[in-house]
Design a protein around this ligand. Structure first.
Ligand SMILES: [Zn+2]
Length: 311
């Protein structure tokens, strides 16, 4: 048990010759049987991967020994198996796609870094707005109590949402948070550039918050969505509240699936019973989609399909 580690990390630093850097990185990971995904860009690195303890430790040391990554911070979780199936190292234009008209360099402009224990205190101030920098499918399974969820499907839609909801944020202290911290680096910088003065970001993200000995994950409701095969991790070590709701009947639910329509793929929370009932589809159109994956997997005949779809 727990012979594996899953790590999450990012670091903004200037990188050159990205293709060469990628190839060396991929080779190192393959040699150490590491699985996951790593993005490299001229602005830095962002990755998450899993492997046997010694292999992951070797990787962390390998990065730290490179001067450019001396100050990198790793979030480390124990696990009993790999959390990924493949190893991809990819070159990207930017580490996080915010699609800003003017890009933000977090090394020059970003919100105040707020340690977990301070974040816990500061988010309880009535003049503070807590902003979830993640997507709706992440928010639905868990979030900070009272946090505002922008109604968006992609991070790059967030700036427009903020412009439309200016009245919520005006003259408030703003705290932002995301899974590991990387999305807040640019978002909080962008908020400052937009004229919001009091902007803080949760240092190390939700994952770090859950490990902090003082905060202990308090005021986090539900689970934290993660982008690997674990799907979600526990954060609040003091109390347990389920905020996820079944897509169909609204009952408490933390079971995540992708809609069985390959053209939809929407991530929903659904009980096994309702998945079976609605053939894994998020809507009647998706249930009846000719390439429905649930139907293919269970080899259902058209007669059986019609029998099940009763809505
Ligand atoms: Zn669907």
């Amino acid at each position: 048990m727990n012979e594996y580690l899953v790590i999450l990390y990012y670091h903004y630093t200037k990188l050159n010759e990205l293709e060469t850097f990628r190839d060396i990185h991929q080779e190192f990971c393959d040699r150490h049987n590491l699985l996951g995904r790593i993005y490299v860009a001229s602005e830095g690195i962002n990755g998450t991967l899993s492997g046997l303890k010694d292999d992951v430790l070797a990787y962390m040391e390998y990065l730290k020994n490179d001067q450019r990554f001396e100050e990198i911070v790793f979030k480390v979780d124990e696990a009993d198996k790999h959390a990924f199936k493949k190893m991809h190292v990819r070159v990207k234009n930017e580490l996080v796609n915010l699609s800003l008209e003017t890009d933000i360099n977090p090394k020059k402009l970003t919100g105040e870094y707020v340690e977990a224990r301070d974040f816990y205190l500061r988010m309880q101030d009535p003049h503070t707005i807590v902003l979830d920098a993640r997507n709706d499918y992440e928010h639905q399974i868990g979030h900070f109590r009272g946090a505002i969820r922008p109604n968006i499907r992609n991070f790059r839609e967030l700036p427009d949402w903020i412009k439309e909801n200016e009245s919520l944020l005006k003259d408030k202290k703003i705290l932002t948070y995301c899974t590991g911290g990387i999305r807040c680096e640019k978002l909080s910088g962008w908020l400052k550039a937009e004229g919001y003065n009091d902007v803080g970001q949760l240092k190390g993200g939700i994952i770090t918050y859950g490990k902090d000995e003082v905060a202990q994950g308090q005021l986090w409701d539900g689970q934290c969505y993660v982008f690997d095969e674990r799907l979600k991790v526990n954060i609040n070590r003091v109390e347990s509240v389920v905020v996820g709701r079944d897509h169909f009947d609204g009952t408490p639910c933390e079971r995540q699936i992708n809609c069985a329509n390959p053209e939809c793929n929407k991530q929903i929370l659904v009980s096994q019973e309702n998945e079976d009932k609605y053939l894994g589809g998020c809507s009647i159109e998706c249930s009846r989609h000719p390439r429905n994956r649930y139907v293919a997997l269970h080899k259902l005949t058209s007669k059986e399909i019609e029998k099940r779809i009763k809505y």
